[in-house]
Write a protein that binds this ligand. Structure first.
Ligand code: GLY
Length: 370
């Protein structure tokens, strides 16, 4: 495929950076990075699934631009988002004498990006960091906006810092190697962006369901670009999710209160996007009952999720009390009180605090399976 390269700027004052989206561009990162950074060495972090598919092309491109490349491969899967895995990487960086001006590149999905970003932010108090996402979920959400984290026994992403990359380099051709389940899971974040910000974008999804699910290259690149534009705008408004008025960046948590809990209770058997899809269905149930969200719009979104191959009911029963325990210890909870980001209409969300437990139980019942 040959579509022109597209660029989205994340205009953070003093730390602006570009998200550059293209097709077949992985082998061009070296020359682009050379324009930005004069270091001699670079460390690439990837995982056992992505490394064999894409690392050689990236390393060749970096070496052609006179970078000396070291690569570190972590096991695939959520269990790598741990302090223990971060410590193993620090040990390797020490062995490599990775210096404070040497860039670190994350090549992979959300797990690799979050873990590598956390290490990049903390090694020598921060080294230049490049995100090279290879999954749809990372292209349109995790890879953009500077959230880095590892998990803690008490919950997902409990330990982390905000640390913006110097560049996000998206080669949409990497999506060709994703299996159908992982690709579709990524679409949940795209529907989320549409519901919270942009009715026209929701309609665009409805009009292009077949092309989206068939991964029609032009449509996929448009989907990635539009999501990056939305995410960049939110991050610029409220980088550290600290808005004192309105919801700010926390709007991106729509579907995540129940979603994160489902993901953890399923022991990460469900993909993040699948859990978020269920979380959005539960949240919309609350929105209809408490925020005047029109029931026909709830049905519309549920139909779209189904058409995109995302779950709207869990295939396997989930334990409601375990979900409640997870939601209370989630970062979004306040003084152990569960909070939701809910829409009152498409394109407008607000915090919904301390809902009655029975009401949340009803919403959860809708998605947790028999
Ligand atoms: N994934 C939510 C955020 O970046 O804020």
């Amino acid at each position: 495929m040959n579509t022109p390269m597209e660029k989205v700027e994340v205009k953070l004052p003093g730390r602006a950076y570009w998200i550059e989206i293209g097709s077949g561009t992985l082998g061009r990162l070296g020359s682009r990075l050379r324009e930005l950074i004069s270091a001699k060495r670079v460390t690439l972090i990837t995982d056992q699934n992505v490394g064999p598919l894409h690392a050689a092309r990236l390393i060749k491109s970096l070496e052609s631009s006179n970078f000396q490349v070291a690569d570190i491969t972590v096991p695939g899967g959520e269990s790598s988002k741990s302090l223990e895995q971060a410590r193993l990487i620090y040990d390797e960086l020490a062995g490599l004498s990775h210096g404070r001006h040497d860039p670190m590149i994350a090549l992979g999905g959300g797990v690799v990006g979050d873990l590598s970003g956390f290490v990049a932010a903390t090694w020598m108090r921060g080294v230049p960091f490049v995100q090279c996402p290879t999954t749809l979920e990372a292209d349109i959400d995790a890879g953009v906006g500077g959230k880095t984290a590892v998990n803690h026994a008490s919950g997902k992403n409990m330990i982390g810092v905000f640390y913006q990359p110097s560049l996000v380099w998206i080669d949409v051709d990497c999506l060709c190697t994703l299996n159908d389940r992982d690709y579709r899971a990524g679409l949940a974040e795209s529907v989320k962006h549409a519901v919270i910000f942009d009715e026209a974008f929701l309609q665009w999804h409805e009009e292009h369901v077949d092309a989206i699910t068939a991964r029609e290259p032009r449509i996929v690149q448009e989907l990635v670009r539009r999501n990056c534009e939305i995410k960049a705008a939110v991050v610029v408004e409220d980088e550290k999710e600290a808005a004192s008025k309105g919801v700010g960046r926390a709007a991106l948590n729509f579907g995540h209160t129940v979603g994160h809990a489902i993901e953890a209770v399923s022991e990460y058997e469900l993909r993040h996007g699948e859990a978020v899809s269920l979380g959005m269905v539960a949240a919309l149930d609350l929105a209809v009952r408490h925020c005047h969200f029109p029931d026909r719009e709830r049905q519309r979104i549920e139909s779209l999720l189904s058409a995109l191959g995302l779950p709207v009911r869990s295939a396997r029963p989930l334990d409601a009390s375990a979900l409640f325990a997870r939601m209370r210890s989630d970062k979004k909870a306040k003084h152990q009180t569960i909070r939701f980001v809910l829409p009152s209409r498409i394109g407008n969300v607000a915090w919904f605090e301390a809902p009655a437990e029975e009401s949340v139980a009803d919403a959860i019942d809708r998605v947790i399976g028999a």
